[in-house]
Design a protein around this ligand. Structure first.
Ligand SMILES: *Cc1c(COP(=O)(O)O)cnc(C)c1O
Length: 404
């Protein structure tokens, strides 16, 4: 808050497509999809219409002992879309709570199967899974983690999948500690919060095999990568794998309302199916399965189907990549320009410790919202971004690199 005395917050009056508009009428292109949640633009007509209709019917009912049409339809559609046989949905309200649910469920699954000693988790170096205490325990981003270190459980960190020897290190950990490990948790294909760090799908394929062999559950945290962000509906598809637990949030409602969902395999579900209530998964949030949020998510899935979004994005991303490549790949201050689906990222050679903040401000003055992570600048626009709008992101990226 003290820093905001010098850099005041920017009040936004309304949103329109890929744009945010302040009270003076100044427009900002949302180059980061409002922290990776927005897919089809602000104040989207289809989602608005679905929500208005839903508001006239039912806004919310507790999901204990009750259910409603949007929750049932959404669970069925997500299960049909997800890789493998993830036949069961557990709803919550945000990404971190989905991570908590997946961790608790993995531990409880093994306890129900008579192996309560499997209570640790393996996480990837540089991984991010949210900032509640359980999720933070498997997060490896120092700035979020360090202050709370003493509160966190000790888990096992394995090397970033893009590093040499990463799979061998995972193999070793699983071989030596599988008796105490409940699950491996990963962000498939790209680690978002630690700087859009991309890695090959071969790692996931091998990790899936190792988890199965060593009786360790695989949790795919697709909170950021899900809903088409990496080019396929879910990133796991590109590795041809199915996790045991799949965490979804962020884009799920198109950026409208907080909602998350953990899909679990039929096998995990079966371990909780019992007369003894203590073997059940007792985890609740007041707004679990909120009807408005579920309805927004259904509207999002309708848009995916109607507009063939995954195919359209493939062509869109190819065109946009060309624009990014032409302007940035050979820039003297740009390193490691990369793209995956609707994510573009590069590092800027800069010695300035204030680089991220200054780059943010420079972009903002040009009417573009970018939020660099350290020296990493990335574009993660809503899928409706036009080529002309994307050019504005690229221009801002060039200006940032010029200034470094
Ligand atoms: C954002 C994010 C989370 C946390 O989601 P919140 O809704 O912010 O709690 C967890 N995992 C990944 C991969 C994320 O990108």
């Amino acid at each position: 808050m003290k820093a905001h005395e010098r850099f005041p917050l920017l009040p936004i009056a309304r949103g329109e497509g890929a744009w945010l508009i302040d009270f003076e009428g100044r427009r900002y292109l949302d180059g980061v999809s409002s922290w990776w949640v927005n897919l089809f633009g602000h104040s989207n007509f289809e989602i608005n219409t679905a929500l208005l209709d839903q508001m006239g019917k039912l806004e919310h009912v507790m999901l204990a002992g009750f259910t409603h049409e949007p929750a049932v339809a959404l669970a069925e559609q997500l299960s049909a879309l997800a890789p493998g046989r993830l036949g069961h949905a557990f709803f919550a309200s945000d990404g971190a709570s989905a991570a908590e649910i997946a961790l608790k469920m993995a531990f409880h699954y093994w306890a129900n199967r008579g192996r309560p000693g499997k209570k640790r988790f393996v996480a990837l170096a540089g991984g991010y899974h949210g900032e509640t205490i359980g999720a933070l325990s498997v997060t490896d981003v120092a700035i979020f983690r360090d202050a709370y270190g003493p509160l966190l459980r000790e888990n096992i960190l394995v090397p970033f999948p893009g590093d040499a020897g990463a799979i061998e290190a995972l193999e070793k950990v699983l071989a030596e500690h599988s008796g105490e490990i409940a699950a491996l948790i990963v962000e498939p294909l790209v680690q978002g919060a630690s700087g859009m760090r991309m890695y090959p799908s071969a790692y996931l394929k091998r990790a899936r095999e190792l988890c199965t062999k060593r009786e360790v559950l695989l949790i795919a945290d697709e909170i950021m990568t899900g809903f088409g962000r990496t080019g396929s509906m879910f990133a796991c598809e590109q590795a041809g794998i199915a996790p045991d637990l799949l965490c979804l949030s962020k884009g799920i409602t198109g950026g409208y309302l907080p909602l998350s969902c953990v899909l679990s395999s039929d096998e995990v579900y079966a371990a909780f199916y019992d007369d003894d209530v203590t073997r059940g998964f007792l985890h609740s949030h007041s707004y679990t399965g909120n009807a408005l949020a579920c309805r927004a998510a259904l509207a999002v899935l309708d848009i995916f189907k109607r507009d063939h979004v995954i195919d359209a994005n493939r062509e869109r991303a190819a065109r946009l990549s060309e624009a990014a490549h032409d302007a940035l790949a050979k820039h003297r201050n740009v390193r490691n320009l990369r793209n995956l689906g609707m994510i573009w990222a590069f590092e800027v050679e800069s010695a300035d410790p204030q680089f991220a903040r200054k780059a943010f401000e420079l972009a903002l003055r040009r009417g573009v919202l970018l939020r660099p992570i350290g020296k990493t600048v990335y574009f993660m626009p809503p899928y409706i971004v036009s080529e002309a709008e994307f050019d504005l992101l690229v221009d801002a990226g060039v200006a940032i690199a010029d200034a470094a």
